[in-house]
Design a protein around this ligand. Structure first.
Ligand SMILES: Cc1ncc(C[n+]2csc(CCOP(=O)(O)OP(=O)(O)O)c2C)c(N)n1
Ligand SMILES: *[C@@H]1O[C@H](CO)[C@@H](O)[C@H](O)[C@H]1NC(C)=O
Ligand SMILES: *[C@@H]1O[C@H](CO)[C@@H](O)[C@H](O)[C@H]1NC(C)=O
Ligand SMILES: [Mg+2]
Length: 969
């Protein structure tokens, strides 16, 4: 007697159907005939009925003991099969050293039949081993057989799940995908290699192994983060690339950490060996601008023929900082962009491969953030193949101290990615899972993980002593035969190659290395330009000449301004009901357009709309950017009656316009900013913007800012025009929503505060060319419009940091006229005073220099105090590069005036520390530069509204009290 429903999991059921068609018959006939009154019984559903009906059915059945036992045993065998599918990987032999279980747990699951006494768990015993059992449809171990003796069932399950491959997939919520994987690993004899394939694999192992040995021979005291202990990585990657190429991929974008990077460059990407070797020669100087980077960080781009598939393939390895896993989202963004530009909407032609170390993959949160982008419409790259070099150590740390999850790969389970653990000392098993991984990606377009369980033969780097901390492991490692030797011996014993052929293969590759080394000595100069991961052909020249260092007017004709304004205030599709409140917003926009004025949102619209007309793709990404955090943007309209029906007017502006992408992101900064940086890397002809919900949230993405955006060009001679929109302003909203931390960005600007630059022609453009990034805080919508357009019209690309307003979005005075946006107008780096003070500059007693929103507080206060002739207010709109030229003019214009920097931020924050020395340099230190603003503080702002207002009043009092600095002078 048993309760069927509780036992019936979906998959067990599928299997039951085959077993039951015969036995059920008898079973029910008996029950029907002899059912005692009161025995709960229902007539069974036909076997063809849907699973749900069947599993809902509950029936207590009483049967003859032998039939009962038959059914029970079948169910037992099915749960046994399922146990192997779920937990077989826990007993697979994954560690080449045989020391540590790959899942950090040496206990054996009770339901895996490692010895016959375990059969008892299932109510079976040895006498059942030769009984034949029907196989459920959820297994492929039978091949063409539908039934097998239990002994053979167990043997085949062990072959499939408990050898050198551990398959972790039963958490996947999709039956078709599970069946696909089972078929790949359970089908008897499916893992076959031809002699040709074995020889190719051996040759690849020879290259991988001998490359490291060559470097070791020539430069034994150099760090190279060699691959020893995971030489199989090279054939693994080549297999993934070959198989993907066969499936139609022609562009592979890769990201990887230090370990084995030079080997990957040499043997996977096939960077010329002399270019790699010459980096080891310390006599060489860097020929290009910038600081350069160490050899195991540089990027690479290479196009060549894939010898296995005879198809062209482009391989690109993205430059990375030391910060492990930081390049993950960057690779994804670049991949997305490359897919976008070649119209590859399903990821059939462009794909990414990410490599990871075991400790970093488990420990770094960015891995999780990146996984969560993998299936979002505007961020998916349609499946990434992840390869983990799981050498069971991170620097000196044992994995048992480095993670709380059984495997380093568990993070991938959140996106239902199958995970293939494989013993890296079995090269054929490795190649097999890599083929399956590539096929998985091309079939389901979802992420997949290959976990190469290996070891690290040396210390963390070649200079490092591992025995201090891992004595037992390294005793074993010293005894461990290298995988190349093991595999060569195997193939020789199988008669696939002979000793002589093997030695010749080695000699051949050693000779290649030697010759390249000889050539590398002729290379006098290291060209970082050979190490670009994303070349921009055609961008830096115009008709074969370098582009001139000028920037055309960023203005726009009236007709286009009006047209964009009209589209921005309408619903360009029929039968579309928008929210009543939004109708009012659009109506007000329409009126503004009639009045020839713009507010912030409209200025942004005009900048985007005009660039789209010129064929510039625009992508705006970040949390809630579609509507705008402050409900001012509304780039995506939602039909109030139809779910998911949306309209993006920006895409209805012009015939043949470039596409506009605006996308609400996942709640991530590090991941999403990295992604957009990668997107911007792919092409200079796109305006890619990331907006923080509030400016201070950028600190969760600090690594991308510090390691990529700020020094990217200097380290990797790679320009990037990404724009950061960071809402900023002291508005009494408390410490967390006030400051975008301008001081951080300004502190990282590369211009010299103490040197007044030479004012050559086109000073402004040259200054932009030389800086590492541009930092602005616009006080008018028109200036915001211009700076966005300038970003594209410049003949080069620089990151642009914009502190954007909150209350100014709706401030009645923060409006601009079309007149300030017409042809001939341009971005104003400095906005001088134009009122009574400027008419009579000699009479002016004080110049207040400021930036951003505080300008509006200052003008209001000045008016209230009737001091318009006494105090001039100069707005610094571009903070970096610092407008030395224009500010010099401003200072000279008011000879009798005191100079004051005024800001609403606290004194140790904001702009003061950046501006003060530069202003002093500008005036040749002829006068002091005073400060009017909040006191130094630990938090960016008070949480108390009243204190906020008091502080504001106090700073305004200082700014307009002409005696304020008398005592200090
Ligand atoms: C974000 C970050 N934190 C710390 C380090 C310092 N670090 C360099 S390598 C390393 C260990 C990495 O271990 P693993 O990911 O297993 O790679 P392996 O070196 O074993 O190949 C550490 C901690 C780093 N590079 N990046
Ligand atoms: C590969 O690319 C080259 C140059 O772009 C081209 O000449 C060649 O025909 C291509 N080969 C194949 C097989 O597509
Ligand atoms: C347009 O201008 C008129 C007249 O100056 C003014 O009353 C109205 O408020 C303006 N509308 C908008 C939306 O700015
Ligand atoms: Mg490691």
């Amino acid at each position: 007697m048993f309760l069927l429903s509780s036992l019936l999991e979906q998959e067990v059921l599928l299997g039951l159907q085959t077993v039951l068609d015969r036995s059920w018959d008898i079973f029910f006939r008996n029950a029907n005939a002899g059912a005692a009154p009161g025995t709960a019984y229902q007539s069974p559903p036909p076997l063809s009925t849907s699973l749900s009906t069947l599993s809902q059915a509950q029936f207590l059945v009483q049967a003859q003991p032998n039939v009962d036992k038959l059914v029970e045993d079948h169910l037992a065998v099915q749960s046994l099969i399922r146990a192997y599918q779920i937990r077989g990987h826990h007993v697979a032999q994954l560690d080449p050293l045989g020391i540590l279980d790959a899942d950090l747990d040496s206990s054996l699951p009770a339901d895996i039949v490692t010895s016959t006494d375990k059969l008892g768990f299932y109510g079976l015993d040895e006498s059942d081993l030769d009984k034949v059992f029907h196989l459920p449809t959820t297994t492929f171990i039978g091949g063409n057989e539908s039934a097998l003796p239990l002994r053979e069932i167990i043997r085949r399950l062990e072959m499939a799940y408990c050898q050198h491959i551990g398959v972790e997939f039963m958490f996947i919520n999709d039956l078709e995908q599970c069946q696909w994987i089972r078929q790949k690993f359970e089908t008897p004899g499916i893992m076959q290699f031809t002699n040709e394939e074995k020889r190719t694999l051996l040759a690849r192992l020879v290259r991988s192994t001998r490359f490291e040995e060559f470097l070791h021979r020539k430069w034994s005291s150099e760090k190279r983060f060699g691959l020893e202990g995971c030489e199989v990585l090279i054939p693994a990657l080549k297999t993934i690339i070959d198989k993907s190429s066969e499936k139609g991929v022609d562009y592979v974008i890769m990201g990887m950490p230090h370990r084995g990077r030079l080997n990957v460059l040499a043997n996977v990407i096939r960077k010329e060996l002399e270019q790699i070797f010459c980096q080891f020669d310390s006599k060489l100087e860097a020929a290009d601008e910038g600081s350069g980077d160490v050899k195991y960080h540089l990027g690479m781009y290479h196009r060549r023929i894939n010898r296995v598939t005879d198809r062209n393939i482009t391989l690109s390895l993205v430059a990375n900082p030391s910060h492990l896993e930081a390049a993950d989202p960057v690779v994804q963004g670049k991949t997305k962009a490359e897919q976008f530009y070649c119209g590859d909407t399903e990821g059939k032609k462009v794909m990414s491969i990410l490599l990871h170390g075991d400790a970093a993959f488990a420990g770094q949160g960015i891995v999780y953030e990146t996984f969560h982008l993998s299936d979002l419409p505007s961020y998916t790259t349609h499946g990434t193949v992840h390869v983990v070099v799981n050498n069971q150590i991170g620097f000196t740390t044992d994995p048992r101290m480095a993670r709380s999850s059984p495997y380093p790969t568990d993070v991938a389970r959140v996106v239902n990615a199958p995970i293939f653990h494989v013993n890296a000392d079995d090269p054929e098993a490795v190649v097999y899972v890599c083929n399956v991984a590539a096929e998985w990606r091309s079939t389901f377009h979802k992420d997949v993980v290959v976990d190469l369980v290996c070891y690290r033969r040396n210390g963390h780097n070649e200079m490092d002593e591992p025995m201090f901390t891992q004595p037992l492991m390294y005793k074993q490692i010293r005894k461990q035969k290298p995988v190349l030797q093991k595999y060569a011996e195997l193939l020789i014993s199988q008669g696939v190659v002979n000793q002589l052929e093997y030695e010749e293969e080695i000699a051949k590759y050693d000779k290649i290395c030697e010759e390249a080394h000889a050539r590398s000595k002729d290379e006098k100069i290291l060209h970082i330009k050979h190490w670009l991961d994303s070349p921009w052909p055609g961008f830096f020249t115009l008709d074969g000449q370098p582009r001139s260092m000028t920037c055309p007017s960023t203005g726009l004709n009236e007709e286009d301004l009006t047209h964009i304004g009209q589209v921005a205030s309408s619903v360009p599709v029929e039968d579309f009901t928008i929210h009543g409140g939004l109708s009012r917003i659009l109506k007000t926009r329409g009126e503004m357009v009639k009045n020839r004025t713009v507010d912030w949102a409209l200025a942004e619209y005009m900048a985007f709309g005009s660039l789209l007309k010129e064929g510039i793709h625009i992508r705006l990404s970040g949390q809630d950017v579609e509507r705008g955090t402050f409900s001012h943007r509304h780039h995506v309209l939602h039909d109030q009656n139809v779910d998911k029906r949306i309209c993006i007017p920006m895409n209805h502006l012009w015939p043949n316009q470039a596409p506009y992408t605006v996308c609400n992101s996942s709640l991530s900064e590090y991941g999403v900013l990295g992604f957009e940086l990668g997107f911007a890397m792919a092409s200079p002809n796109a305006l890619v913007l990331w907006e923080a919900q509030f400016g201070d949230f950028h600190n969760t993405a600090q690594c991308i800012i510090d390691q990529f955006i700020c020094p990217g060009q200097a380290k990797w001679v790679r320009q990037n025009g990404i724009v950061l929109l960071l809402p900023h302003g002291m508005e009494g909203m408390g410490p967390e929503h006030s400051s975008a931390r301008p001081e951080r960005f300004l502190q990282m600007c590369n211009d010299d505060p103490d040197v007044f630059p030479k004012l050559l022609d086109d000073f402004d453009v040259r200054q932009l060319y030389e800086c590492n990034w541009i930092v602005v805080n616009c006080s008018t919508p028109a200036n915001f419009f211009h700076v966005l357009r300038r970003q594209i019209l410049l003949p080069f690309r620089k990151p642009l940091i914009i502190f954007t307003p909150k209350s100014l979005l709706r401030h009645p005075e923060a409006r601009s006229s079309f007149d300030d946006m017409l042809p001939g107008t341009h971005f104003l780096r400095v906005i001088p005073d134009s009122g009574p003070a400027a008419q009579n500059p000699e009479q002016v007693k004080r110049v207040l220099f400021c930036t951003g929103k505080v300008y509006y507080d200052l003008t209001r206060e000045r008016k209230a105090r009737q001091m318009e002739a006494d105090v001039a207010i100069t707005r610094v709109e571009q903070l970096s590069p610092f407008p030395f030229d224009l500010l010099q003019k401003e200072a000279q214009k008011y000879p009798a005036a005191e100079l004051v920097w005024c800001q609403e931020e606290h004194k140790n924050q904001g702009y003061y520390d950046y501006v003060k020395p530069r202003l002093r340099t500008t005036i040749n230190r002829a006068k002091p530069v005073w400060y009017a603003g909040r006191e130094p503080a630990a938090a960016p702002a008070t949480g108390n509204k009243k204190t906020h207002l008091t502080e504001l009043q106090r700073l305004l009092d200082t700014a307009f009290n002409l005696d304020a600095f008398k005592d200090l002078a």
